[in-house]
Design a protein around this ligand. Structure first.
Ligand SMILES: Nc1ncnc2c1ncn2[C@@H]1O[C@H](COP(=O)(O)OP(=O)(O)OP(=O)(O)O)[C@@H](O)[C@H]1O
Length: 647
């Protein structure tokens, strides 16, 4: 149940940021244009770019096929960056054009130098300097535009994948098959950067390197066809070596990404549990565990770096060594048939040919290194949601709060035991119903099904006589407010946390304060250094458990709904605060259908009816049986209350 509330909110519209921090929230989510996509633009503020960022466009089913290649997956993102790509490539044409004019001119340098002081020397010198300057400027612009395109495409891929992750079923995050937060974080940060590097190399190779290669090769053919032919003999041999080493690099890169993701997952898991680690003297153990994972990462990375470093050297040795050998032989054969300036131009073309070949080798490295990152990123987007909204789902602007479970059977996974077995419940609007039962009996599962975080195996759930499978998901979660046992707070101010629903817009401070007053939180909030604008630290770490819970309650009250679910919501409050809270809830409850999952007798007694969840079914029990000190239910509740207090 721990993460239920956070996930519920994350699924609420509008698309949520990973977390919000006080000052940035408003600008980040300011309504720049009517586009539904709230993220800032990578490089430009033009609204035409924003149009391209519509996340719905990225949810194309073509990505759901795991058989598509890495290139198929990234292609649409590159296509949407056609503008900077085109500009970059035009600049590369200018840059290579300057080079192709400069090389024959440079070949004549010895004869120009012999006419020191003449007009020709000044004119040729000026021309060469202008060409050099133009090439530098064009090359700079080429890199800048291509980086813009690569980083822009990587941004879009990230945004698409994060959007898919956050829209995934709760089952994506929970249970044995659930993804680890640290792994997701690593893929979306570090591996997405690898993708950007790969895209840049790819863009820089496709046109600029190929162009330079072709122009230089043409010049060589024009200057001396036999020598050019000899030079070409080195290329196939080079390609074979590059292909072999590239495949090796791909495997090593994937291993390195997995070890780094494991390390990141571990750190993400252990740091929030520092209290438990320290209280149990677990520092040494955790340190050893960290070192083991870090060592695995070190070995994998070292292997990758070594191979990456050795590949260009091997390429260079094969190419340069081979060429020197072949040229020495052919120059001997062609003795006297080439003049000095032609030979100089040929040698310069050859030297400039090595540049793009090295670039291609490097790009191949990046490609092989980036491929696993693309695969792992898109893997996250391939999760098939089981809870799917129908295309013509209903948008109910109001529900009275009548709830029916009819023959509901549920289990979490195919080979797992049934949690609920042909369960029937009818809760009338405005009723307060308490669910009690042994731990793991399925009380929270009932709530998850009502929120449609999972779908039943069999049976139906009705809200105001509408099957919830016919209602928009957003709509269901708008009408039902959940106050969970573990309040999930974000870094940000108290006001932002209470008004989480409006994180993308303007907070209604009057409503925030009213909600805080009802939740008995107003007093302690006003005592904080900056009142409602106090930053509460990472996950609300500056507050006590009880204070966090009250903020969570205020957050729930800020939303206007018909159904209120208290899932052990008062477990962190002391008896006095709980009493105040119960009194505060009384007026609110008159307008709500209330489902209470509680282990405290006092909380259970707030309900009109009590349902015992046992063996996958529910049975109504009289409240008097709970009050009886010798009764089975009273002892059951007492044992839970004790457990809750210990926790
Ligand atoms: N995501 C999940 N994947 C697999 N099993 C799960 C998952 N969530 C809960 N369960 C299992 O389902 C059963 C019912 O869990 P549930 O959280 O509904 O119990 P509960 O009655 O609310 O317990 P408690 O009173 O201790 O909170 C438990 O055995 C639990 O281990």
């Amino acid at each position: 149940m721990a993460h239920l509330f956070y996930r519920t909110c994350s699924l609420s519209p509008p698309p949520s940021p990973p977390s919000f921090s006080s000052s940035k929230t408003q600008t980040l989510f300011a309504p720049i244009t009517p586009s539904p996509f709230p993220y800032p633009l990578p490089f430009s503020s033009s609204s035409s770019k924003l149009f391209c960022l519509d996340p719905l466009r990225f949810q194309s089913p073509r990505f759901s096929s795991s058989s598509s290649t890495s290139f198929d997956r990234i292609k649409p993102y590159l296509q949407s960056e056609w503008e900077p790509i085109l500009k970059g490539w035009v600049c590369s044409v200018v840059s290579v054009g300057c080079l192709s004019v400069a090389v024959p001119k440079a070949g004549q340098i010895p004869s120009i130098l012999s006419s020191v002081g003449s007009d020709r020397m000044v004119a040729e010198g000026m021309a060469l300097a202008t060409l050099a300057f133009a090439r530098s400027a064009a090359t700079y612009l080429q890199h800048a535009f291509l980086w813009e395109a690569a980083l822009g495409a990587a941004f879009r891929i990230r945004a698409y994948v994060f959007g898919r992750v956050i829209e995934s079923d709760l089952g994506f995050f929970e249970g044995n098959a659930g993804v680890e937060a640290g792994d997701v974080a690593h893929r979306l940060t570090s591996e997405a950067s690898d993708v950007a590097d790969m895209l840049y190399s790819l863009l820089n190779t496709v046109v600029p390197n190929t162009l330079q290669f072709l122009v230089m090769a043409t010049q060589m053919v024009v200057l001396s066809p036999p020598l050019a032919l000899v030079s070409a003999l080195g290329v196939p041999c080079l390609l074979l070596v590059i292909g072999y080493l590239g495949e090796k690099l791909r495997g090593i890169s994937r291993r390195a990404q997995i070890t780094a993701a494991k390390l990141s997952s571990y750190v993400n898991e252990v740091l929030p549990l520092m209290l438990v680690v320290k209280a149990n003297n677990g520092e040494l153990n955790e340190n050893l565990h960290f070192c083991r994972l870090a060592q695995d990462d070190l070995m994998a990375r070292l292997g990758k770096k070594k191979l990456k470093a050795v590949i260009p050297q091997i390429v260079q040795v094969i190419y340069v060594g081979g060429l020197i050998l072949l040229h020495a032989i052919s120059l001997n054969a062609l003795k006297g048939s080439m003049d000095g300036s032609r030979l100089l131009s040929f040698t310069m073309s050859l030297a400039l040919l090595i540049d793009p070949i090295q670039g291609m080798g490097k790009a191949f490295n990046e490609l092989k290194e980036g491929e696993p990152a693309v695969e792992r990123l898109f893997e996250l987007a391939q999760f098939h949601n089981k809870v799917v909204e129908k295309p013509n789902a209903l948008d109910l602007c109001y529900v009275t709060g009548d709830i029916k479970f009819s023959g509901v059977t549920f289990r979490y996974g195919d080979n797992m035991p049934l949690i609920l077995n042909e369960l029937d419940i009818h809760i009338k609007r405005g009723e307060r119903v308490a669910f009690i039962g042994r731990s793991g009996g399925g009380k929270t599962t009932i709530v998850k099904l009502l929120l449609r975080l999972y779908d039943p195996l069999y049976g139906d759930i009705f809200l105001d006589d509408y099957n919830i499978q016919e209602i928009k998901l957003r709509n269901i979660r708008e009408h039902i407010v959940l106050i969970p046992q573990d309040t999930m707070l974000f870094s940000g101010t108290v006001a932002e946390n209470i008004g989480y629903k409006d994180a993308s817009g303007k907070l209604d401070m009057e409503c925030v304060e009213n909600a805080a007053k009802i939740a008995n939180a107003d007093e302690f909030i006003r005592e904080l250094p900056h009142g409602y604008q106090t930053n509460i630290g990472l996950r609300g770490s500056l507050l006590s458990g009880g204070q966090r819970q009250r903020i969570g309650i205020a957050r729930a009250l800020y939303r206007k709904s018909s159904i209120l679910i208290l899932d052990e919501a008062t477990s962190a409050l002391d008896s006095k605060s709980e009493q105040v809270f119960r009194q505060a809830l009384e007026p609110l409850m008159t307008n709500h259908t209330v489902l209470i999952i509680a282990h405290r007798i006092e909380t259970v007694m707030m309900a009109d009816r009590v349902l015992l969840v046992e063996g996958g079914k529910v049975e109504e029990v009289p409240k008097s049986s709970i009050l009886s000190p010798d009764g089975h239910l009273a002892s059951l509740l007492n044992s839970f209350a004790d457990t809750g207090r210990k926790n």
